[in-house]
Design a protein around this ligand. Structure first.
Ligand SMILES: Cc1cc2nc3c(=O)[nH]c(=O)nc-3n(C[C@H](O)[C@H](O)[C@H](O)COP(=O)(O)O)c2cc1C
Length: 354
């Protein structure tokens, strides 16, 4: 299996399966001398961990990270940072129903077709459990990027859409509710809706919005490695992501160029920011903002039709612990992937843009 490494210079490789002994990673290229706050890393993991509220999967995992290398006396040494999170709450029996058949819209069928063999327990490598390693590395990237602020939040669940621009929101409220929507009224509507969907044994999708502030001018490598292209790749690599748009995105097509052009102030900043802080693939110093769409995930606790390994049609029913809506837990994953991109592109800018 190729493609387990992300980044050019600030480079993360992850390993592990949902029901194996552990998941973890090696973060290579982190510069030496960065002060590391281990509690802040664990805090990020706690935002992603299962069992944190009534609207997420009830798998109980403490998700405690252990570091094996690369950090000494509270600082990075510049050597590879190795870490692992032990899996402690596996219930492999929950997955015997998918051993010989495939969950529609999950990765079971394609893994079997491509590799001829798969660890079906909890989805194996295709499980979003892998993203815990990204959150660890992203938390280190955030500490490297001191000064740059990254805030993600849930802006839509099903049809319930937060109709406010990010400038009207108080980001300090993101963690004030289990949905991670900074508007308390909308958050409680979303929470109730997710509970209803869970009762039906079903799932629902949502959107995470992300805002990155205090980004210096000049991050991004034209032509193929544009900053927004890398952010897009980072976000689309997260499990269950179906869409990415930045700046004015798909809505921008309704405007005319004369309205959409971001006019300059004398200091080079712009009066509007439809560009989303990136022009020609390079950050222009304005806020970077983007949306990430997550699908309603595959595990439904309802009878459904599928096929087995021989191609026979079979009836089965989802079992086990699953997320009725993944966006509340995916907020720290989006932030982590954004931080990894910015850390990597900051190093690239230093090394080849001189
Ligand atoms: C935080 C998070 C939790 C997830 N939990 C589940 C789950 O409980 N059940 C499920 O079927 N998929 C879940 N997924 C999505 C699957 O991992 C994903 O749909 C699967 O790997 C197939 O990949 P694709 O949807 O990107 O094509 C989750 C994704 C995220 C980001």
């Amino acid at each position: 299996m190729a493609g387990n490494t992300f980044g050019n210079l600030f480079k993360l490789s992850t390993f592990g399966e949902s029901h194996g002994a552990a998941i973890g990673g090696v973060l290579d290229g982190c510069p030496p001398g960065i002060s590391i706050d281990l509690k802040a890393i664990q805090k990020e993991l706690d935002r992603r961990k299962p069992g944190q509220s009534a609207i997420v999967t009830q798998r109980k995992e403490p998700d405690t990270v252990e570091f094996y290398s690369g950090i000494f006396e509270g600082k990075t040494t510049g050597t590879p940072i190795g870490f692992a999170i032990h899996n402690t709450n596996q219930k492999s029996g929950d997955y015997t129903h998918i051993k010989d058949s495939y969950r529609p819209s999950h990765a079971d069928y394609v893994y079997d077709q491509k590799y001829g063999f798969r660890d079906y327990r909890g989805g194996g490598r295709s499980s979003a459990r892998e993203t815990a390693s990204r959150v660890v590395a992203g938390a280190i990237a955030k500490q490297f990027l001191s000064g740059i602020k990254i805030n993600a939040y849930v802006s839509q669940v099903g049809d319930l859409k937060l109709a406010k621009d990010y400038q009207e929101l108080d980001f300090s409220l993101i963690e004030s509710n289990p949905v991670r929507c900074p508007d308390p009224v909308m958050a409680s509507k979303m929470e109730e809706y997710i509970k209803e969907v869970r009762k039906e044994g079903d799932t629902i999708g949502g959107v995470i919005s992300c805002v990155i502030q205090n980004v210096p001018i000049g991050l991004g490598e034209p032509v193929f490695d544009k900053l927004h292209a890398e952010l897009g790749k980072a976000m689309l690599s997260i499990n269950a992501v179906k869409g990415f748009e930045y700046g004015s995105g798909f809505e921008g097509i309704k405007m005319k160029g004369s309205e959409h052009n971001d006019q300059y102030n004398p200091d080079g900043s712009t009066k509007t920011n439809y560009s989303g802080g990136i022009q020609g693939g390079i950050s222009n110093g304005m806020d970077i903002y983007f949306n990430v769409a997550f699908k309603p995930v595959a595990t439904v606790i309802q009878p459904y039709e599928t096929i087995d390994k021989e191609g026979n049609t079979v009836m089965t029913k989802g079992k086990g612990r699953h997320d009725p809506c993944v966006v509340p837990r995916a907020v720290p994953i989006v932030e982590a992937m954004a931080a990894l991109v910015l850390a990597d592109y900051s190093l690239l800018a230093r090394s080849i843009n001189l």
